[in-house]
Design a binder for this molecule. Structure first.
Ligand code: GDP
Length: 446
């Protein structure tokens, strides 16, 4: 999903030569600027980012390392606007969430995806059908909820969405639901009537969260409407939909920067499981082409059994994530669907997310090479990646029919990714996995 942005960064990074002079830096910055603009990042955001990267790289000494470090920290600064991350439960259930957005943005679909996401994490979720504006919205919700075994509150005899919302809240309380998701009305464009309706529901329900679903395909329009919704409603989170499509990716940076509201999730397909947590550090890691094992582990842990998931987190936390765990993850990935979005999380494959077609991953030359390398390792090496010294790497290269450079690159990427995984599983990721397992504490990250 971040394919084009990741590609832009890579191209710019490659422009920095080891000569490390002013000219090389300028070339890299120019290139970065061009590709960011092409990825639909707002020009003000681009200008500021470029300026900061330039100043910081010069201060630290021109060179690839410093350029990368500065780019990474500035991207993080843009995306990490503070506020909540992931799904945060209220101290007293039900957690009430208003789902808002313009018509066609993907609001109804996203409501179902979020309900499904929470259901997988063993939460009891009720959806309230309060979008009486779009004729088919209630019917659409009925079908989607039935397909995905989700609870829906609707009332076809009631014409006032406010009453439906109030009754749904009553039902959620009586039924001891953990979460109430309210699908509100949209419009083709922002108008006062809509804002009045949303504000009256807000007043009556005192929601814990107000999420705005932004269609990433609409680029700068998505940013502008998010800004207006935020002014009128005080949003607590944005969910970017359709990030799987031709979206250029830059819109994520624009929304975070211009609204100051945290991005909480991204939609990456039309089906119920196609929703992903948005955690800035992990996204930046993916943008920089470093992969994101923590999110991958989280996803796979919803389909592997609890014991295994727990063991895996503990291993990551201790920095003991090894090649066997890696292969196991790749295997379970097959069950997760939307492979394309997962590819970007795998170290070493992150650059290919754009080119790959879902079914091709298994047969891709990168995947084959990876498998060949791992199967050329001894049992001990697979369990203890730190054993891999130069002579072992040479042997593996020979066994896999690859160059030593390819092996070195893969192992380096694997080690970096394991380091990242350790960092994240120690903090936010760990909590995440715990709550995935129906667990202790009701908190998702932060
Ligand atoms: P609403 O009017 O905002 O409630 O919009 P819908 O939820 O009906 O979504 C509009 C269209 O966008 C539908 O065809 C959805 O299937 C599609 N859609 C929503 N989210 C995504 C997404 O993340 N990826 C893709 N590819 N399509 C999406």
């Amino acid at each position: 999903m971040f394919g084009s942005l990741t590609d832009s960064f890579k191209t710019a990074i490659n422009k920095i030569r080891f000569a490390d002079d002013d000219k090389a830096l300028k070339k890299a910055l120019d290139n970065l600027k061009k590709s960011l603009l092409k990825a639909d990042v707002h020009h003000k955001v681009v200008r500021e980012l470029i300026k900061n990267v330039e100043i910081e790289t010069k201060r630290a000494g021109i060179g690839k390392e410093n350029f990368l470090k500065s780019l990474e920290s500035n991207l993080l600064k843009i995306l990490d606007v503070g506020g909540k991350q992931g799904f945060v439960f209220a101290s007293k259930p039900p957690t009430v969430v208003l789902m808002t957005g313009l018509q066609g943005s993907g609001k109804t679909t996203t409501t179902v995806k979020l309900a499904y996401y929470l259901k997988l994490r063993k939460k009891k979720v009720l959806i309230a059908a309060c979008d009486l504006q779009r004729l088919a919205a209630v019917e659409q919700l009925k079908q989607l909820c039935e397909q995905n075994e989700l609870d829906l509150y609707y009332d076809e005899n009631e014409k006032n969405p406010l009453n439906i919302a109030k009754n749904a809240l009553k039902k959620a309380k009586e039924g001891l639901y953990d979460v109430l998701l309210v699908d509100t009305a949209g419009r083709l464009a922002i108008d006062e009537e809509l804002m009045d309706e949303l504000n009256s529901i807000k007043k009556a329900l005192s929601p814990d969260e107000i999420f705005y679903v932004a269609d990433s395909l609409t680029g700068q329009d998505a940013v502008r409407s998010a800004v207006t919704f935020n002014e009128k409603l005080s949003l607590s989170g944005v969910i970017l939909s359709k990030y799987d499509g031709d979206s250029k990716g830059g819109v994520a940076l624009g929304i975070a920067k211009q609204t100051g509201v945290p991005l909480r999730f991204v939609g990456i397909g039309e089906k119920a499981p196609d929703l992903e947590l948005f955690i800035p550090e992990r996204i930046v890691s993916r943008l920089m082409g470093e992969g994101d094992l923590a999110t991958l582990a989280e996803k796979t842990s919803t389909i592997i059994d609890e014991k295994k998931a727990k063991k895996l987190t503990q291993k990551m936390k201790k920095g003991e994530f090894n090649f066997n765990d890696f292969m196991e993850q790749m295997e379970s990935m097959k069950k997760l669907g939307n492979l394309k979005s997962l590819v970007g999380m795998i170290p070493g494959l992150s650059g290919m997310a754009n080119q790959i077609k879902d079914m091709d991953l298994e047969n891709s030359s990168e995947m084959k090479a990876m498998k060949a390398m791992i199967s050329s390792m001894t049992k001990k090496e697979r369990e203890h990646p730190s054993l891999l010294n130069n002579s072992r790497k040479r042997r593996i290269a020979k066994g896999a029919g690859l160059s030593q450079m390819q092996v070195n690159r893969f192992i380096k990427q694997f080690n970096n990714a394991a380091k990242m995984a350790k960092k994240f599983s120690g903090k936010k990721g760990m909590q995440d996995l715990q709550s995935l397992m129906g667990g202790q504490g009701r908190g998702f990250p932060r």
